[in-house]
Write a protein that binds this ligand. Structure first.
Ligand code: SAJ
Length: 418
């Protein structure tokens, strides 16, 4: 089957690049988003998110007429749903309300022969649930759960696996897991992705595809938790954890990741909970890793409190108010400008609340501080290095690697100022 028109529902960090890449292959793409301002920006050939080179690809796709955004779904041959799957309230239960709303909204324009793909990272069973919502809305059509290979509508889960900052490259080069509700669904979805994917399109069923994505991010979370736990153990035993890890990694079968101030971003700190919520009794290691990583910012904050008290002991003529603390890096990881779900931001907020002296921040990738960090001052690297009594390194941005403060106490959560 030739796909003449593709519709991407949700034009965020995954949906927009995906829509743009399809459009760059000269396929007509209709992007749908509930956010009118995002839709307007895209229709002007611009972007509302930060991702290297995406602006150029979107601009070209819109100007050449292959990509158009709208708030209302329109008929298409394939629908890709790339909406968020947040938590419900304070607990870690996945909330499928955006998938539900997206599937209900496209149900009105579905026709026999269409393919619906769920790309959002989802708990196991979400694709089947989406198929149920579609079937309830369109009793005149048949779906894989009712008619198997004879269904009018084909459904698959094809999780995104791209790294923020390298999305355009990885969309094309990564292998793709294609989990159809039936083998024909898998086949049709593979055909669609082969339009631009240079990696392999590997077929499976929908539940395994859902679990594969959660497994990848949980595996990374568990490995980072191991490194973070080692860093706390080593601190107690007076051992340099980075030296330790580099020594252990010389073993041919060992590859330990790096400790840090905690795990941030929208995926690794979230997705493992989707496994825990389905199998709370069994997922013991996965839950513990989440807890270890989530507790790391508090441990860092304790280190800052100890540094303040050490400084006051060494400088009895001074008070807390006289102490300048500099925090280096706010992004959720190195060399990006994304501050959302960043452990560094959490730590800095807490320092602002507890500390009566100056709190300086250095973040080379932003021009101004977000409102919730207004109690701090955004300064240049040189000023922070020269004027501070306590230096807290939170992100290993490339700018920080060649400069090391000459005076003051250093707390280095990334091991680049050892
Ligand atoms: N981190 C460490 N130590 C490390 C590596 C990472 O503390 O050794 C921290 C980072 O600083 C950051 C967090 O972990 O705060 C997550 O960063 P990341 O680079 O591990 O991952 P993300 O969130 O940018 O992207 C991940 C990727 N998943 C895997 O590598 C298994 C990406 O391929 C996924 O597509 C993405 O999640 C997603 O969308 O799910």
């Amino acid at each position: 089957m030739a796909f003449e028109t593709i519709s991407v529902i949700g034009l965020g960090y995954i949906g927009l690049p995906t829509a743009a890449v399809f459009a760059s292959r000269k396929i007509k793409v209709i992007g749908v988003d509930v956010n009118q301002s995002a839709v307007d920006i895209i229709n002007e050939g611009k972007i509302h998110i930060v991702e290297p080179d995406l602006d150029m690809v979107v601009h070209a796709a819109v100007m050449e007429g292959y990509l158009r955004a709208t708030t209302t779904p329109e008929p298409a041959d394939a629908f890709l749903i790339a909406v968020p799957t947040p938590f419900k309230g304070e607990n870690h239960e996945p909330d499928l309300k955006y998938i539900e709303a997206a599937s209900k909204s496209i149900s009105t324009v579905l026709k026999k022969g269409d393919l619906v793909i769920l790309e959002s990272t989802s708990p196991v069973g979400a694709t089947e649930q989406m198929a149920e919502w579609l079937a309830e809305a369109r009793t005149d059509l048949t779906f894989p759960q009712q008619a198997g290979e004879e269904s009018d509508i084909r459904i698959a889960h094809c999780p995104e696996r791209v790294l923020p900052g390298k999305v355009l490259e990885e969309l094309v080069s990564n292998d793709r897991v294609i989990g159809g509700m039936t083998p024909k669904c898998t086949e049709l979805a593979s055909q669609l992705y082969k339009t631009f994917v240079k990696g392999e399109c590997v077929g499976t069923n929908a539940r395994t595809a859902e679990m594969a994505k959660l497994t990848e991010n949980s595996c990374r979370d568990v490995q980072i938790a191991f490194a973070n736990e080692l860093s706390i153990i080593c601190d107690k035993l007076d051992i340099d954890v980075w030296e330790l890890i580099s020594l252990a990694n010389r073993h041919p079968r060992i590859n330990i990741l790096q400790p840090g101030p905690g795990v941030g971003g929208h995926c690794i700190a979230v997705d493992p909970w989707f496994i825990v919520s389905k199998t709370p009794t069994e997922a013991r290691l996965i839950r513990t890793a989440r807890e270890v990583n989530d507790n790391k910012p508090s441990w860092v904050l304790e280190k800052v409190k100890i540094a303040i008290s050490d400084f006051l002991q060494e400088n009895p003529e001074k008070t807390t108010r006289d102490i300048n603390i500099s925090c280096y890096g706010l992004a959720f990881k190195q060399d990006i400008d994304d501050l959302r779900e960043s452990p560094a931001v959490d730590i800095v907020k807490k320092i602002i609340n507890m500390h009566s002296g100056n709190v300086f921040t250095v973040e080379p990738n932003i021009m101004e501080l977000p409102r919730d960090l207004e109690g701090a001052k955004l300064v240049i690297l040189q000023k922070a290095c020269e004027k501070s009594d306590i230096h807290l390194l939170l992100v290993d941005h490339k700018e920080f690697k060649s400069v090391k403060p000459k005076t003051g106490l250093i707390i280095d959560t990334k091991g680049i100022w050892r």
